[in-house]
Each structure stands twice: as C-alpha cells, then as structure tokens.
Design a protein around this ligand. Structure first.
Ligand SMILES: [Zn+2]
Length: 404
C-alpha cells in the first residue's frame, strides 16, 4: 500500500497536463500503477516528439545560416574583384595625372619659346625700323650727300645697293620670325589639345572609380545585412539548442521515473505470493504436461530442450503475472504464438506463451496476479496450454524453482 501511495505522489509530481488527455485504451484488468506508467509513457512520447520537432527547427536554422554564409562569401569575393578594379583605375588615374603633368611642362617650355620668339621679333622690328628710318633719312638728305661722300660711282652704287640689300634682309628676317612664331603657336595649341584630351580621360576614369567605390559601399552594406541576419539566426539556433537540452533532460527524468515505477511495482508485490515471491501463473490449472529440460519435441519445430513448463488448461483461462513488473514484450511469433515477457528487475523475467489473447502492451507495469493474457494454442502447440518460462540473467531456469 505504501508503494502504491508513493506511485500516486510520483505521478502527481511528474504528470499534470497529460492526465486530462489520457484515455484508457485497454481493459481494466491493470492496477493504478499501469495507468500512471501509461501517463509516463505518453509524456515520454510527447517529449520525444518535441525533441524531434526542435531538432528539425535546428536543421532548418542551420540551413538558413549556411545559405546566408554562402551569400556573404559570394559578396566578399565580388568585393575583392571590385577592389581589384579600383586599384587598376587608381593606377590609370596616376598614369594620366603624370602624363598631364609632363604635358604641362612641355606647354610651359613652348610658351617660353614663344615669348622668346616674340621678343626676338620685337627687337628685330625695332632694329629694322631704325635701319629703314636711316635709309629714308639718307634718302631724304638727298642723293647729293651720297654723291659727295662717294669716292666713285662704283662706291656710290655700292652704298645704294647695300641700303637696298639691308631692306631685303629685314624683310626676310621678318618673314622668318613670323614663321617661327606661327610654328610655336601651332605646337602649343597641339599640346593644349592633348592636355584637354588627357583631362577628359582623367575625368572619365575618376567617374569609373567613383562608380566602383559606390558598388563596394553597397555590397559592404549588403554584407552587414547578411551578418546581422546570421546573428539573428544564430540566436535562434542557441535558443533551440537550449530547449533541446531541457527536453533531453526531461526525457531522461521521465525514463528514470518509468524505471523507478517498474521497480516499485515489482517490489510492491513482494510477499504477496509464494515463498519465492512468485505466483503460479495459471490459477485455473496446476496440471504440468511438459517439464523443464531435455525432451522429445512434441510438434515439429518445437524445442528439444524445453525452456519452461507447459500447464494444460482450457482455452480462455486467465494467465496472471507471476510477479509485478514491466511488460517488455507483448507480441506474436510463429513459434511462441501470442506471448508476453514481464521484467521483474534484478535480472529476472517471466515468459507466457501460446495465448489466445493478450491484455497488456509493452511498457505496461503489472502487479502480481494481474490477468495479462488468456490460455490458447497459438504458435507451435498441440492444444490449449500455457508455456511458462523463467529467465535469470539471460538464461532459462526451471520455473518450479520459483512457483509451486
Ligand atoms: Zn512449452
């Protein structure tokens, strides 16, 4: 009774929400402990479902983070390319600036040459004017002076010719200076034109560089946005992982409680049965039709070393749990038919075979004497009987050492 009270307290502490939703799926042959265990099993299943769902959320958020990281990485690669373009454009700009600078130097040289030529022309002109005036003054002072000063006609002619030659010289000199000045002017214009073209190119390249820099700024902002999304997703991931750890801890607690309930149920029935604590599994009949140990197989496929005792009984007779414990197997096999295995703790289990019906499921906690199945003839069987076996630490032992 104390153990039963303990289980009720345990169930009240551990379960809460699940109780409302639980509906008994089986017959009422089982004790309260079974219902409590069923609640625990339901809670275990709910927790496992929650864990699956959280793991799926973690997978989703991890995929999202991976996608964002990929996009970020692509952008970083693109920015590296853009940086390369900026470097190349900067080199072009530097080159053009150098060219413009050297063009300016050439223009300065040409300007100086032009100024020099202009000054020379001006000097030449002044000298020419002086000479022309002299010639005219000579002329104005009349031909007489030329005649008087001339020692001979030849001399006079020479003087006159010289004056004429000087005038021709001045005229030629003026032509030459004008030509030189025009050449320098043209060269200077060419240089100015080249400089203008280079400056236009410089503007163009600087515009390109500015455009690439704008693109880099935009992509850098996109990266920042990705980074921010990655941080948000990482936060979600941490939150899910925290939830996962909590649910896994809860699951472990529930599993411990299930084990504790099974152990409590097993010990709760100690002393209720025979001297060994085990109860005869078939109250309707004590007729042993086949003993434990070596034998001739009664039907093809049946064991020649009999791993339990056969108790002959009419079909439908109650099969009861020999001791309290937890149902670890409740299924059908071609040889054992419908059969149940109940674990009692301390390495001991009991086996009930060839049943016509099973009243328990895996995970159920049963008390000693609970009806768990009905006698039948399923599997390798020649007629209705209960095959009852006892397993201790994985080996079959003679059940008569446990039940009378
Ligand atoms: Zn048997």
């Amino acid at each position: 009774m104390r153990a039963r009270l303990f289980l009720r307290c345990l169930s009240l502490l551990v379960l809460c929400a699940v109780l409302a939703g639980w509906t008994g799926a089986y017959t009422d042959v089982r004790a309260t402990e079974t219902a409590d265990t069923e609640d625990l099993e339901q809670q275990k299943k709910d927790t496992e479902d929650k864990i699956d769902s959280i793991k799926s959320s973690i997978d989703t958020v991890e995929d999202k983070i991976q996608d964002l990281e990929d996009s970020k990485s692509d952008l970083q690669t693109y920015i590296t390319q853009l940086d390369g373009q900026v470097n190349s454009l900067s080199a072009q700009i530097q080159d053009l600036e150098d060219q413009i600078e050297s063009k300016e130097e050439e223009i300065q040289v040409k300007t100086a040459e032009l100024e020099e030529a202009e000054a020379e022309a001006a000097d030449q002109y002044e000298m020419m004017k002086l000479r022309i005036r002299y010639t005219y003054e000579q002329g104005n002072q009349s031909f007489l002076v030329l005649l008087l000063e001339s020692k001979s006609l030849a001399d006079m002619m020479n003087r006159a010719e010289y004056a004429m030659q000087m005038t021709e010289y001045d005229r030629q000199m003026m032509e030459k200076l004008k030509e030189t000045q025009a050449q320098i002017e043209a060269q200077k214009e060419d240089l100015e034109q080249e400089k203008t073209e280079q400056e236009e190119m410089l503007d163009e390249v600087e515009e390109q560089k500015s455009a690439v820099n704008s693109a880099i700024d935009a992509k850098t902002q996109e990266i920042a946005s990705y980074q921010s999304q990655i941080q948000t997703a990482s936060g979600e991931q941490s939150e899910y992982e925290k939830q996962l750890a909590e649910q896994e801890k809860l699951l472990e607690q529930i599993e411990n409680q299930i084990a504790a309930a099974a152990a409590a149920a097993a010990s709760a029935d100690d002393g209720d049965g025979g001297a060994s604590g085990f109860l005869w599994p078939c109250p309707a009949s004590h007729r042993i039709t086949s003993s434990f140990g070596p034998r001739t197989a009664p039907v093809a496929g049946a064991s020649t070393y009999h791993k339990g005792i056969d108790i002959g009984a009419s079909s439908g007779s109650a099969i009861v749990a020999s001791a309290g414990g937890r149902v670890t197997t409740a299924t059908y096999s071609s040889s054992a038919g419908n059969y149940v295995v109940v674990s009692h703790g301390n390495g001991i289990s009991t086996v009930y075979m060839h049943a016509s019906a099973l009243y328990v499921s895996v995970g159920d906690v049963v008390s000693q004497g609970d009806t768990i199945a009905a006698v039948g003839s399923t599997g390798y069987s020649t007629g209705p009987h209960l095959h009852f076996g006892v397993i201790v630490n994985g080996s079959y032992v003679n059940p008569l050492n446990y039940v009378q």
